[in-house]
Design a protein. Sequence first.
Length: 281
Amino acid sequence: MATVKEAIDKLIQSNSDDTSVVSGLSRQIITQMNDLEPSILVNFESLPGLQTSVESRVNFYLQSTAKEYLRAALRESLRKNTSVKLKVNSAFRSTVQQHILHQLSIRAPRIIPLAAKPGNSNHENGLAIDINDHAIWQHYLEDHGWHWFGKGDPVHFHFAAPTVRHDIGTLGVKAFQTLWNRFNPNDLMTVDGNFGAQTAARMDRSPVGGFVMVTLFRLGDSGAVVTRIQQNLINAGFATPITGTFDQKTQDAVIKFQIDRGLKGDGAAGPMTLRALGIKL
């Protein structure tokens, strides 16, 4: 699977700014954000008056207050003209999408002249939408708390109210850092919400389709799962030191355990061995 860095290189070559290439990783980040702070982002795709399609590449997520004020604007429009629907071209933007746009603004400003550093865009805060036909919708949106950016970016509207958060872009960075640590136990980083060089480097190495949990542990591996393997081997009566490193003694214990359970004694802890040990990933 392609990495984020490879995706950026390809976008530059094709003169494109289509960040949907990282939709899989974006979905994981959204889910992780809502795990860190439940319901910080809510889906608004089902609001009456929206024009949507199964092919849409938009992340239909906003903060809950922004969603309700958008609902009110749509409701007012429907009362006056049921045939006009709002087409949203962009809403929530994940930290990896913002990273791509920021890199494009640095490396290929002909594609994106300017883009905020990850963690600093109001699209990342779930408080912005880009739409078609701003002239039609400006009145409805501005009457319900949505502010037009102006002629400099006519498609852009942002929501501002005392009850909304303006820092969840940082939460998005924390969500990515948390995901990275979960799937890369041998290369941990500090979860601080700061999008620095170390976070950027790891994001560049991340798979565009999202992380896949490693389900095979063998000689030389280390991390929290290896510690669990060692502890569960001991619990099952197969002694091995608890070091967090899959060493020769751990491999020998795994082989004995596998043979005892009627499994192939190859010394690698794959899905069947992990299941027999009572370990769910």
